[in-house]
Write a protein of this length. Structure first.
Length: 378
């Protein structure tokens, strides 16, 4: 049984959210999370959530993490995004050989691991390991990382994931986006670094959910089953944050309004509130189911993985629509740079553009399990 003193994100996410809310303005200005926020996320247990129990980790579940990330997102979408990746990248590290895992968590289960599974580098085999070079953009939270996991092509083989300590790479400032400003999603640059064999594994094992040196159920789930979930959860939180900010603003506006004043009618606000809140609740139910599917690892099928991809993409589409409804009726003051409504609106649109959340590939994958399944044909 897990020690009750070990941080669990479901018990501590609200504390991290409070710190994130306090620091959100400064984080946007500096384009990275404040150190206090990173510390709060670590203290809340995000970094250790998927770390193998043998290294002191929680070895937790996907549904619990999704709800906890969304809690942080209600305060700050960028903090939630980093919280999610702070948890999910150590899950990647659990696919390393055991000696590699020992290096990652030699100092304890709260090592900050960041990275990218996109094959933007190249590696060649040498005695005892690999020589690696490349440039990986959009690595969120990299300024606070202890380790980076990056992907590279290798001659005559499938791409591989490589783990590098902070001393083996440099970081280039490259994140200047209009939304999700505080994620600090800068670029990792590696110049002919040596990576021992124990700090690498074939990327296909991550896609297949075959962690050969980790025994937790959470380590045996294919990446595609949960990849959309990791990026959709912060958007769910941000949509809830937008709804709360908008509702408070509009309630005050209605209380001060005079009969016959120009602007949208009370009915317009009522309809926007009902529809947006209902859409956010609907998206939450889809993501809840996706998390439950991932947690029921033994029952996983390709069809369920494809449905998870579809559900995450549809949930994000729904959340974007809900936030757009609110933004459209926020008025000039609600759209000012000092309004949290416009910040959530920017962040939701920016996060929703992530490749893992695009609807067309999700639709194609789902349809293939229906139209191409011989059992469904007449």
């Amino acid at each position: 049984m897990l020690d009750q003193h070990v941080p669990r994100v479901s018990r501590t996410a609200a504390d991290a959210a409070a710190v994130a809310a306090r620091c959100v303005a400064d984080a946007e200005d500096s384009r990275r999370l404040a150190p206090d926020v990173v510390g709060a996320l670590i203290d809340a247990g995000f970094a250790r959530h998927f770390v193998p129990a043998g290294f002191g980790g929680t070895q937790g579940g996907f549904a619990e993490l999704t709800a906890s990330v969304a809690t942080v997102g209600e305060a700050c979408a960028a903090s939630a995004w980093c919280a999610s990746l702070l948890a999910y990248l150590p899950r990647f590290a659990a696919y390393l050989p055991l000696d590699g895992q020992r290096e990652i968590w030699a100092g304890g289960p709260d090592a900050v691991v960041v990275g990218s599974p996109s094959p933007f580098g190249a590696a060649r085999a040498v005695s005892g390991g690999w020589r690696l070079s490349g440039s990986w953009p959009y690595v969120s939270g990299v300024d606070y990382a202890d380790w980076s996991l990056v992907c590279a092509t290798v001659p005559d083989a499938t791409p591989r994931i490589f783990a590098l300590p902070r001393r083996d790479y440099t970081v280039t400032e490259s994140w200047f986006n209009v939304g999700m400003q505080a994620t600090g999603s800068n670029t990792v640059v590696v110049d002919d670094a040596f990576v021992p064999g124990a700090r690498s594994f074939p990327r296909e094992e991550l896609f297949a959910g075959k962690a050969v040196a980790a025994e937790g159920d959470c380590h045996q789930v294919p990446l595609h089953t949960v990849n959309g979930l990791s990026f959709a959860a912060p958007i769910l939180g941000a949509a809830r944050g937008a709804l709360a900010a908008w509702t408070g603003y509009i309630a005050g506006k209605l209380a001060r309004s005079r009969p016959g004043a120009p602007g949208p009618s009370r009915t317009s606000f009522d309809m926007a509130l009902a529809q947006a809140s209902g859409e956010i609740d609907s998206a939450a139910l889809l993501l809840d189911r996706a998390g439950a599917v991932a947690d029921a690892r033994a029952a996983l099928t390709p069809a369920l993985t494809a449905r998870n991809l579809r559900d995450c993409a549809i949930a994000v589409r729904t959340l974007v629509h809900a936030v757009d409804l609110l933004f459209d009726l926020a008025g000039t003051s609600g759209q000012s740079t000092g309004s949290p409504v416009q910040r959530f609106w920017r962040d939701v649109h920016s996060a929703a553009s992530h490749v893992a959340l695009q609807f067309e590939p999700a639709a194609n994958a789902y349809a293939a399990t229906v139209f191409d399944d011989e059992e469904t044909r007449p």
